[in-house]
Each structure stands twice: as structure tokens, then as C-alpha cells.
Design a protein around this ligand. Structure first.
Ligand SMILES: [Zn+2]
Length: 450
């Protein structure tokens, strides 16, 4: 990634001095080269489909991998610089018959921005804050790194640049706002097109949530992911087959058609359940460990704790003001029924599964004076609302009254979410690898019998 950063830095140095229309093709070449480099690194077949490409170039908040397109950033950057100095150079631009590079650039930028969905406003009304945040709140959120940037339009006539922003020379977030509008517009156009399938909708709904990407951005000192684990996760986030080199139409194990469900491996009924159980058990153990690090008492049950047909939950957590039983389930949101449900409501499949689990475990919880919390996790690592609330409650346990533990012993909520994401991705990759291994053995035996 250091190569990427160097390339970007050089480009940003060239940007202010070169005319935009001269370097636009160079910027596009750079975008394409970076995409090719990433594709090679993660074994991604090229060219990328109409839905995979935005998954790569969109920012994290929209569910992308964040390899942002410089062809979108550059015009926004140029326009923002021109706006800031507009007042100082008006007399120059007026006397030079508009031949100055900055004027030509302004026009090029203006057309690109307007064509790419940036809001065009008639009156020089300046800019406004989209959410009416007050200044202190804005600064606070900016410090924490999850602020909504201010929203800016562009004038209906580029010559109004000097008056449109009230001659202001301090325009925070102008470039960011213009880039954001272009990115959002591209994504919205894709979502409204017929290339955007129900499976894409499920995928985008899940992966736009930050915790699902933790396995890419963060290292856990305890859960080490290798290249294959990460590459498989990246391909899944792009909507590409997790194993591009082994891609049969029919599952060799259960003979189901898997041409429209590349993630069949994660839910194949004929796969030995050991590795699926391992993913589940690791997640349960991590939840209990997180709770214990936050001063709660927590235990996990084992498979032998209940005879067949019993509804024994996966574990118990005793917080100061309530006792909880919980049960973890991983769901494959690409099953047809789940996709149909998700097409109607974002997160609907997770909610349905939570409801079903509550029904199953309600009696056991009532009999034992417990509150039952379902922990439902989809294949991208998105957790249901009830699980998120449980994790937040656990984290709050530590701050609720004085703790005797030293801070370094506690696992923070973020650390926990990072470990959960890493565990989930690592075991997803293992499940898929095991499915591929078994499938190849079956094919080999079948061929040798003939
Ligand atoms: Zn199968």
C-alpha cells in the first residue's frame, strides 16, 4: 500500500500546477493501474463487473473498499482551491480574457461536477450544514472521526464563484462534500439500474457497516489472518466468487445448483459441521471473554450440556442489573428466502432470525429468571441489533460503577468488534476451503470410478 500512497502524493503535488484537462487522462490511468494492482494482490478476475467496481472504489461509509477514484477527487479539489482564492484573483481573471489556467480549469471542473450529480443552486446562498449541527457538536464529531461533512452546492453559473460562497476564504469540507456527492450519485445510479440484483442489495446493506471491514483494516494480535483469508474476504465484499479458480455450477457434495449462489459453501448441508461449529464456538468464547474483561461473570455451555431436543443456550452473562442467556447463530443472507426478506427491509433477515430464536429460548429463560438475547451474525460479520445492544451493555458494565481492574486488562468494545470480525472472516475462509477440498476429493473419486 505504500506504493499507492506515494503515487497519490505525487499526483497531489502536480494537481495545483498542471491544468486539469491536461492531466485528466493521467489520473484515469493511475486509477486503473491501482485497481489492477489490487486485483492482482487479491486474485480478483478482471474486468470488474458493474457492481464489483463500485465496491472497490466507493468509500467505506457506502460499503466500498475505499480505493477512491482520483478522477472524482481531482475536480473537487481544483474547484475547492479556486473557490478559496476567487476573491483575490477576480481582477486577474477579468483582465486576462479568461486565459489563466485556473479559469479554464474552473470550467472543466464545473462541467464534471455538474454532470456527476453535484447539487447546482440558482441563488448565491452559500453553503449550509446538512444536519444543522452546531459548531461545538461538529468539532467534537470531527475529533472522533465520524463527522458528517458540511454540504455545499455549486452555482448555476460558474462565473458566480466569487459571490456564491459569500467571498468566504475558509470553506471547510468543500472538496470533501463535492467528492461525496459524486460518489453517492454514482452509487444511487447503480442501485436504480437493473444490474443491481437482490444479492447486491444484501451485500451493500451489510458491508456498509464499519465493523464488517475490521478484518481488513485492523490487526488482532491474537487472531492472525493469512493472505488467503483476507483475499477471500475482500472478494466476498466485492461480490466476486470466493474461489475464482474452483467454481462448479453444481455442488459436488449435495448436488444443488450453485450458479446463482457463490456462497453456497458457507451453508452446504453436506459439509462436515466441525468447522462451522468452530466458528460458532470461537464467537461464543470471545463474547464471554469480553464480558469477563468488563467485570461481568460469564460462562459458555458445551454441546454435551443439553440432550438432543433441549433448548440450552450457548452461554450466560451476569451483569450487575440483569442476568442474560445468549445464543449465537451465523446466517447465510444469500439464501433466496433471506434475499427476498432483505429486499423489503434492510436488516429484515437478521430481525426474523432474532425473533425465531427468542421464541425457541423464551421458556428456558423464563424458567431460569434470565433475559434471552439472540446473537445473529450474517456471513459478512454484520450483527443483529439485539447483539449490538448486548455488546454495548457489556461495555457499559465497566463504566457503571468503580472497577477494580486496571484499564489494560479490559477489552474495549472496538477491540472486541475487531476480534469478532477477524474470527468470523478466518473461519468463513476455512469453511469455504474445507468445502472446496471435500468437493475436489468427490470429483476425483467420481472420475476414477469410471
Ligand atoms: Zn452443497
Amino acid at each position: 500500500m505504500s506504493v499507492t500512497l506515494n503515487a497519490y502524493n505525487k499526483l497531489l503535488n502536480i494537481l495545483p500546477i498542471e491544468r486539469l484537462y491536461v492531466i485528466l487522462s493521467m489520473i484515469t490511468t493511475l486509477d486503473n493501474t491501482l485497481q489492477r494492482a489490487l486485483a492482482e494482490r487479491f486474485d480478483i478476475p478482471l474486468p470488474l463487473s458493474a457492481t464489483a467496481l463500485p465496491s472497490l472504489t466507493q468509500p467505506g461509509r457506502n460499503g466500498g473498499l475505499g480505493l477512491r477514484s482520483m478522477a472524482l477527487v481531482a475536480p473537487a479539489a481544483k474547484w475547492a482551491s479556486a473557490a478559496v482564492v476567487a476573491n483575490d484573483i477576480t481582477h486577474l481573471t477579468n483582465n486576462m480574457n479568461n486565459l489563466l489556467p485556473i479559469v479554464t480549469d474552473m470550467m472543466v471542473c464545473y462541467n464534471i461536477l455538474a454532470n456527476n450529480g453535484v447539487e447546482v443552486a440558482d441563488r448565491p446562498q452559500g453553503y449550509h450544514n446538512q444536519n444543522n449541527q452546531d459548531a461545538a457538536d461538529y468539532e467534537h464529531k470531527k475529533k472522533l472521526g465520524f463527522f458528517e461533512c458540511k454540504h455545499y452546492a455549486i452555482p448555476n453559473n460558474p462565473a458566480h464563484l466569487t459571490t456564491f460562497y459569500n467571498g468566504d476564504t475558509n470553506l471547510p469540507d468543500l472538496q470533501r462534500s463535492l467528492t461525496k456527492q459524486q460518489e453517492d450519485h454514482l452509487l444511487q445510479t447503480l442501485k436504480e439500474s437493473n444490474q443491481f440484483l437482490p444479492s447486491d442489495k444484501v451485500r451493500f446493506n451489510s458491508i456498509r457497516l464499519k465493523p464488517t471491514a475490521h478484518f481488513i483494516n485492523h490487526n488482532s494480535s491474537r487472531i492472525i489472518l493469512n493472505n488467503a483469508h483476507i483475499a477471500m474476504g475482500v472478494r466476498m465484499r466485492l461480490g466476486i466468487h470466493p474461489l475464482p479458480a474452483f467454481n462448479p455450477h453444481t455442488c459436488p457434495l449435495c448436488l444443488k445448483d450453485m450458479s446463482d449462489n457463490p456462497y453456497h459453501a458457507l451453508g452446504c448441508g453436506k459439509l462436515k459441521q466441525t468447522v462451522v461449529h468452530a466458528r460458532h464456538d470461537k464467537a461464543c468464547a470471545l463474547i464471554a471473554e469480553f464480558a469477563r474483561s468488563c467485570d461481568a461473570v460469564a460462562t459458555c455451555t458445551t454441546r454435551s450440556d443439553g440432550s438432543k431436543g433441549d433448548t440450552v443456550p450457548d452461554g450466560y452473562i451476569y451483569l450487575r442489573n440483569k442476568s442474560i442467556s445468549f445464543d449465537v447463530t451465523g446466517i447465510n443472507t444469500h439464501f433466496k428466502s433471506y434475499e427476498t426478506r432483505e429486499a423489503r427491509t434492510n436488516g429484515g433477515a437478521l430481525k426474523d432470525r432474532e425473533g425465531a430464536k427468542i421464541k425457541t429460548y423464551r421458556q428456558h429463560a423464563a424458567d431460569n429468571d434470565l433475559e434471552f438475547i439472540p446473537v445473529v451474525i450474517d456471513l459478512y460479520g454484520r450483527c443483529g441489533d439485539k447483539a449490538i445492544k448486548l455488546f454495548e451493555d457489556i461495555a457499559l458494565e465497566l463504566t457503571s460503577i468503580d472497577s477494580y481492574r486496571a484499564p489494560h486488562i479490559n477489552m474495549s468494545l472496538t477491540d472486541f468488534m475487531i476480534e469478532l470480525s477477524c474470527i468470523w472472516q478466518k473461519f468463513n475462509a476455512r469453511i469455504i476451503s474445507q468445502w472446496a477440498c471435500k468437493s475436489r476429493q468427490v470429483i476425483y473419486k467420481r472420475n476414477n470410478r469410471r
